[in-house]
Design a binder for this molecule. Structure first.
Ligand SMILES: NC(=O)c1ccc[n+]([C@@H]2O[C@H](COP(=O)([O-])OP(=O)(O)OC[C@H]3O[C@@H](n4cnc5c(N)ncnc54)[C@H](O)[C@@H]3O)[C@@H](O)[C@H]2O)c1
Length: 434
C-alpha cells in the first residue's frame, strides 16, 4: 500500500519507518525543510534507539521517502496519516489543533481517488468530525473517509512498541476505510496484536483515557512515597506488594519526581479541559494534574533540605535532563522545573545527559553542561539523579565520593539502595525510602 505521513517527528518518523519495514511504500512529509534535508542526507533528527538503521534500510530498499512537497505524496496515497503536533494551547491548556486542521486543508486539496485520512496525532474527542467537516467544506466532491488511529508508542522503545503493540485502536464506521486499515496493519496479525474497531469518538477518547490512567497510577505511587517518608515505610516494597496483584499490575508504579514528557502533561490537561467544557468534569484527572504540577518544585525542596536547608552559592550536579531515559526529548521534563527552582534558590547548576544536552540548551541556557557524569559532579556540593539512564545505574561510587565536595546524593529515581549508599558514607536521599 502507499502511505503518506504528514509530520515526521517522533511519531510520524517511527510509524513511517515501521510501515515501510512491513513492506508498504511510505512518504514522510514535513514542513520543516531542515528536518527533511537531514533525513534525505541519512541523518536522524531525533534520538530513538534503532531508528537510524531502520530508516537507512528502508530508504535504501526504496520503500521510504522524505519530502516537503505534499502534492504527489497525497495524490497517490491509499492512506494519509496526520501525525503533527498537538501541544497545549497557550493560555487555556486545550489541545492546539491548528496543525491538524492545517494538515487537513493541505491534504484535501490534493486528494485523488478514494483515500483514508487517519488522525494519528492525539486529538480531543470530536476532532475527527471537525477534520471531516473542514475537508468536505473545502472540496465537497472529494472521496475520502476520516479515521481515528491513536498512537500508543513510548519514546525510547518506539520501534518495538509500534511493531508489537498491546493493541491497535481504529475508530471508523466506514467499510471501505476499515478494509484499508486492516490491510495496512495485516503484518501485525502475525504478532497477534488485537485490532479494536470502535466509533471514531470512542477511539479518540480511548487514547486520552489511557494516558490519564497511566498518569494517575504514577501520581498515586508518588503520593504514597511521600507518606512512606513520613511513616518510615519503603515505597518500592509497597509498589511490589500491590503490583503483584494482577488487578493492579506492576508497571507505572515507580515513585519519582512527577511525570513529564511530550504526552502526559498536555494530554491530561486537554482531557480535563474537554470534560469541563462538556459539564462532565474528571475530578480525579484534575487532582492528578494539580499534584504533578506541584511535585516538581517539591523535588527541588527535597534537594535543598538534603543540602542542609540552603543551596545559595552551592554547586549542584544534575545527572539526566531528558524526561526519561533513551530519548533526547526535553518537552515538559521534570529537570526544567527542578533546575529552575534550584536556581531561584541561588544554586549554580552543572548538568550532564547522554542525549538531550542539545535540545536542553534553549530551555536551560544559563546552566553549565559537562562532558560526562564524573566531570559533572567534580567539586559539586550535591549530586542529583533526575533521569535513570542505564549509564548512571552503576557509577563508580568511590570516584563519585572523591569527586563531590560534599557526599550528598539525592536520587529522584531510586536507582541506588539506601543502606548501601549510607554504608559507603553518602548522605543519601531518595523518593519514599526505597
Ligand atoms: N511523542 C510521543 O511519544 C507520542 C506518542 C503517542 C502519540 N503522540 C502524539 O502524536 C502527535 C505528534 O507527536 P510528536 O511527538 O511526533 O510531535 P513532533 O513535534 O515531534 O512532530 C510533529 C512534526 O509535524 C510537523 N508538522 C507540523 N505541521 C505540519 C504540516 N501542516 N505538514 C507537515 N508537517 C507538519 C512538524 O514540523 C514536526 O516535525 C501528537 O499529537 C502527540 O500527542 C506522541
Amino acid at each position: 500500500m502507499r502511505v503518506t505521513m504528514i509530520g515526521s517527528g517522533y511519531v510520524g518518523l517511527v510509524s513511517g519507518a515501521c510501515f515501510a519495514d512491513f513492506g508498504h511504500v511510505v512518504t514522510c512529509v514535513d514542513t520543516d525543510a531542515a528536518k527533511i534535508e537531514a533525513l534525505n542526507r541519512g541523518e536522524i533528527p531525533i534520538f530513538e534507539p534503532g531508528l537510524d538503521d531502520l530508516v537507512a534500510k528502508n530508504a535504501r530498499e526504496g520503500r521510504l521517502y522524505f519530502t516537503t512537497e505534499l502534492d504527489e505524496a497525497v495524490a497517490r496515497a491509499d492512506a494519509i496519516f496526520i501525525a503533527v503536533g498537538t501541544p497545549a494551547r497557550r493560555g487555556d491548556g486545550h489541545a492546539d489543533l491548528s496543525y491538524v486542521y492545517q494538515a487537513a486543508r493541505d491534504v484535501v486539496a490534493k486528494l485523488d481517488g478514494f483515500t483514508v485520512v487517519v488522525t494519528k496525532s492525539t486529538v480531543p474527542v470530536g476532532t475527527g468530525d471537525e477534520v471531516e467537516r473542514i475537508m468536505r467544506e473545502t472540496r465537497p466532491e472529494a472521496d475520502f473517509a476520516v479515521v481515528s488511529n491513536p498512537e500508543f508508542l513510548r519514546e525510547g522503545a518506539a520501534i518495538a512498541d509500534f511493531k508489537r503493540p498491546d493493541r491497535i485502536v481504529i475508530g471508523t464506521e466506514d467499510a471501505r476505510a476499515r478494509a484499508v486499515m486492516e490491510e495496512l496493519y495485516r503484518p501485525l496479525y502475525l504478532n497477534a496484536a488485537p485490532l479494536l474497531f470502535t466509533s471514531r469518538r470512542t477511539s479518540e477518547l480511548t487514547k486520552y483515557a489511557a494516558n490519564a490512567f497511566l498518569a494517575t497510577k504514577i501520581t498515586f505511587i508518588n503520593e504514597m512515597a511521600d507518606l512512606c517518608e513520613q511513616v518510615g515505610a519503603n515505597v518500592q516494597e509497597v509498589a511490589r506488594g500491590i503490583g503483584l496483584d494482577n488487578r493492579i499490575g506492576s508497571k507505572f508504579l515507580h515513585a519519582g519526581p512527577g511525570y513529564g514528557g511530550s504526552c502526559f502533561p498536555k494530554d491530561t490537561l486537554a482531557l480535563m479541559k474537554t470534560a469541563q467544557d462538556l459539564a462532565a468534569p474528571l475530578r480525579i484527572v484534575e487532582t492528578v494534574v494539580a499534584i504533578n504540577d506541584q511535585r516538581k518544585r517539591a523535588m527541588a525542596r527535597k534537594v535543598i533540605t538534603a543540602c542542609g536547608g540552603s543551596v545559595r552559592g552551592k554547586r549542584i550536579a544534575i545527572l539526566g535532563l531528558a524526561f526519561k531515559p533513551n530519548t533526547d526529548d526535553m518537552r515538559e521534563a521534570p529537570s526544567i522545573a527542578i533546575i529552575t527552582a534550584l536556581q531561584d534558590a541561588g544554586a549554580e547548576i552543572v548538568a550532564y545527559d547522554p542525549e538531550s544536552m542539545g535540545p536542553a540548551q534553549s530551555l536551560l541556557p544559563d546552566i553549565k553542561y559537562a562532558a560526562d557524569a564524573y566531570s559533572c559532579l567534580e567539586g559539586a556540593d550535591a549530586l542529583v539523579i533526575v533521569t535513570e539512564w542505564d549509564a548512571f545505574r552503576a557509577l563508580d561510587l568511590a570516584r563519585v565520593k572523591t569527586g563531590l565536595r560534599e557526599p550528598v546524593v539525592v536520587d529522584l529515581r531510586n536507582i541506588y539502595r539506601s543502606e548501601d549508599m549510607r554504608r559507603r558514607g553518602f548522605q543519601y536521599t531518595n523518593v519514599g525510602n526505597a
